[in-house]
Write a protein that binds this ligand. Sequence first.
Ligand code: A3P
Length: 321
Amino acid sequence: MQSSQPSQACTYLISSVPSDKGWDNPSLILYQGFWFPSWLFNGVLACQKHFQAHNSDIILVTSPKSGTTWLKAILFALLNLAKYSDPNSEQCHPLQTRNPHDLVPYLEFQLYLQQEDPDHATFASPRLLATHLPYSSLPQSVRDSKCKLVYLCRNPKDNFISLWHFTKKMMLKENGDQTPLPECLDKFCQGLSMYGPYWDHVLGYHKMSSEMPEKVLFMKYEEMKEDPCVHVRRLATFVGCPFSEEELRGGTVEGILRMCSFDNLSTLEVNKSGSLWTGAENKSFFRRGEVGDWVNYMSAEMGERIDSVMEEKLHGSGLKF
Ligand code: A3P
């Protein structure tokens, strides 16, 4: 997967910063303290340079494999509630026929990787966008504007295993041999993973959510799983569309959660057989969707390695997994 035409600045930077073969696919380069996939670096630079945030924008931020697909679906459903809630309408909800990644584009990926300065005129307001960029690498206008950031993170052991599976799928597609899990674990614990170090990614947004809670909402996948209704209500209030009493009584929250559930989304035809514009199969975004799945792939000792590095790195932050 490649960008159309890497800019000169991109080619120069790639050749001048540290790089690593990553977990085989994709190769990673170290920029502004984080490991970015080299194939989308052009998109990172272009969006840093050109993206102009609006105060009304809502941007979902995650580390890869933290539950982005789920939250994209929920946010899309929330922000389009009025448009698709007419029971007499024959209009089918877009989530029934399109993958959430098609409906909520990534800044550095769908938007700025393909074009240096894409046209946002077709976007309805508020614009719902997504990114994996660390807080310190966000375009300046995102940090300066009043746009809202929803950050979702996940227990690092499950995040690691989910990323390992995803990488494996991508590698098999390209007929490569995958780096064995213990080697990937070594890299993860050294901070070497897509958009890693994982702890620095999480800490950046955790800190900003404490300093500016009206700008950054910090969420955890496990908490969403445990009490989704509470967290969807919290999310709705944060993005400025709280549920009315009537909606709450009428089961709107439960309806959104049903529509966006793993069981529903993963069994839709579009997500069973469709693909994204990159060629990635939609089904690769739906694996198991469970908390604690890491125990099926790692020994207790391997889990403790992640725990101990996280404990050390998060020390004093008040954040725990
Ligand atoms: P697993 O690999 O542990 O199953 P992302 O969307 O950031 O790429 O994250 C993918 C992870 O979220 C995968 O985790 C995937 O199964 C899970 N996921 C996808 N859709 C989900 C949903 N609707 N509800 C809960 N988890 C979901």
